[in-house]
Ligand binder design. Structure first.
Ligand SMILES: C[C@H](N)C(=O)N[C@@H](Cc1c[nH]cn1)C(=O)O
Ligand SMILES: [Zn+2]
Ligand SMILES: [Zn+2]
Length: 480
């Protein structure tokens, strides 16, 4: 690859900026929220939108792979999972093949949650693009399409064959995708040399990173059922056992205010810290002010860089997310809910065994509920899980990404792990027997999963350049 090729590509990306913003705007306008059963048609619409875009860009073998119905627990048992969008650019046996994975579903978002603007309208303000999915993960998915368009438009041949794998259930546990990878391992995915995922973030706001680890996520619900219907608290308060009271008491036993998991047997499974690992943290560009800025608060549980990063990357955490069935709007409603469902998840790390964790958690919740002596009934179950992943970042794919980063941003990237999860990562590595690289586009303060999610314009455009440059450097590398 010549320097001129990259420079021509970068100039084309700059020239096409208005079209690239418009493409992201069109994608953000589709509220493809995978966790909301009522919005499933919009998730499917997003798959069709991508199919059309890919076709316009010259992709071949485009397929919307159906994954069947969504497994329980789900209200509508006939709910279809959204399709996985597969396509190819190039089939040249003399070129390497890179599989690019991303997800086109998003987290829920409502204006009344505190957004300054409609979450499903891309808004440009202060050189930042606001909207649900702008950084997680529509920005990067659309970024790949833009990288391909810039090549076509500049008359530059793609340096590798590309296979796209875009799913619509990542935010809900990637249901059905494992089976698809297994099924397509020796078919659609045959010959894949490397997998590149752009679906996480820089650690802070200034320094690019490449990521070689993720925590896993096991998500649970505990349902507590009592009265036959919601009741008047003046008539029944104090004379019946309330499911919400039981639930709050059970949830309060899971984790303490220091973020320490209270369920015995979990911390015991965590891999010990080695001296080599201890040494890694000192060179990472991060401090508590990055956490303060990203969280918009002074609520950090740890003050040192090492403690924060270790608790984000290599220790488990337990978060309580919400309660289904409970009164949650403004005003004052004097009702006793008859059934409530508490939701919590555990971020997992090496060497937590997923099935063992499930058993420990479910037994613990049942035991804590039994201690209450309540006449209500409780059921605890897993909703979905996704494995943690830690890899060796010293391979051709990471080296190519480091060169691409240097070419675009002028600095060597930090090597980081990510506190979040991308459930399918380990499956790609194990089933396709390839390296996986996480090459993020956005910044640590983008507000993924939060209100006012954004991607900075410089990260969007610089990210498109980095993704394209990575393909060139990877193509030029000697080995896989
Ligand atoms: C890091 C990635 N962009 C992301 O947000 N992943 C989600 C995946 C997930 C797992 N269970 C539910 N969603 C996350 O880390 O929450
Ligand atoms: Zn994501
Ligand atoms: Zn996400």
């Amino acid at each position: 690859m010549s320097q001129t090729t990259l420079e021509t590509y970068f100039s084309k990306v700059d020239e096409l900026k208005p079209a690239f913003i418009q493409r992201l705007s069109d994608a953000v306008a589709i509220p493809s929220v995978s966790s909301d059963e009522g919005l499933r048609p919009q998730v499917v619409e997003m798959a069709h939108y991508l199919k059309e875009q890919l076709a316009n860009l010259g992709a071949v073998d485009i397929e919307l792979k159906e994954l069947g119905t969504q497994p329980p627990p789900v209200i509508n048992s006939t709910l279809q999972l959204p399709p996985v969008v597969l396509s190819r650019f190039g089939k040249d046996p003399s070129k390497k093949t890179v599989l690019i994975y991303g997800h086109y579903d998003v987290q829920p978002a409502l204006l009344e949650d505190g957004w300054n603007t409609n979450p499903f309208e891309l808004v440009l303000k202060d050189d930042k693009l606001y909207g649900r999915g702008s950084t997680d993960d529509k920005g990067p998915v659309i970024g790949w399409l833009n990288a391909i368009e810039a090549h076509r438009n500049a008359g530059i041949e793609l340096p590798v064959n590309i296979v796209t794998c875009f799913e619509g259930m990542e935010e809900s546990g990637s249901l059905g995708l494992d089976e698809l990878i297994e099924q397509e391992r020796d078919a659609y995915f045959k010959g894949v040399d490397a997998v590149c995922i752009s679906d996480n973030y820089w650690l802070g706001t200034k320094k690019p990173v490449l990521t070689y680890g993720l925590r896993g996520c096991n998500y649970y619900q505990v349902s507590i059922k009592g009265p036959g219907a919601d009741l008047h608290s003046g008539i029944f308060g104090g004379v019946i056992a309330e499911p919400m009271t039981d639930l709050v008491r059970v949830l309060a036993t899971l984790v303490n205010g220091q973020g320490e998991i209270q369920i015995p047997g979990i911390m015991e499974m965590v891999a010990p810290v080695t001296p080599e690992e201890e040494a890694l943290y000192k060179d990472i560009d991060f401090d508590v002010s990055d956490l303060t800025a990203a969280s918009g608060s002074n609520t950090a549980l740890y003050q040192s860089k090492k403690d924060i990063l270790m608790h984000r990357w290599r220790f488990p955490s337990l978060s309580i997310h919400g309660v289904e069935g409970a009164f949650s709007s403004g005003g004052a409603k004097t009702v006793i809910p008859s059934k409530v469902i508490g939701k919590f998840s555990i971020r997992t790390v090496p060497n937590i065994e997923s099935a063992k964790l499930d058993q420990i958690v479910i037994d613990y919740v049942n035991a804590e509920f039994a201690k209450l002596g309540s006449p209500n009934t409780a059921t605890c179950e897993l909703i979905h899980d996704g494995a943690y992943w830690v890899s060796n970042p010293h391979n051709a794919s990471f080296t190519a990404a480091a060169k691409a980063t240097k070419a675009v941003w002028g600095v060597e990237p930090d090597l980081t792990r990510e506190g979040g999860s991308i459930p399918i990562t380990l499956s790609f590595e194990e089933k396709l027997k390839t390296s996986v690289l996480l090459l993020p586009m956005g910044r640590g303060d983008d507000g993924a999963h939060s209100i006012n999610e954004k991607v900075d314009m410089s990260n969007y455009i610089g990210g498109i350049k980095t993704l394209g440059a990575y393909l060139h450097y990877y193509a030029a590398s000697d080995t896989n």
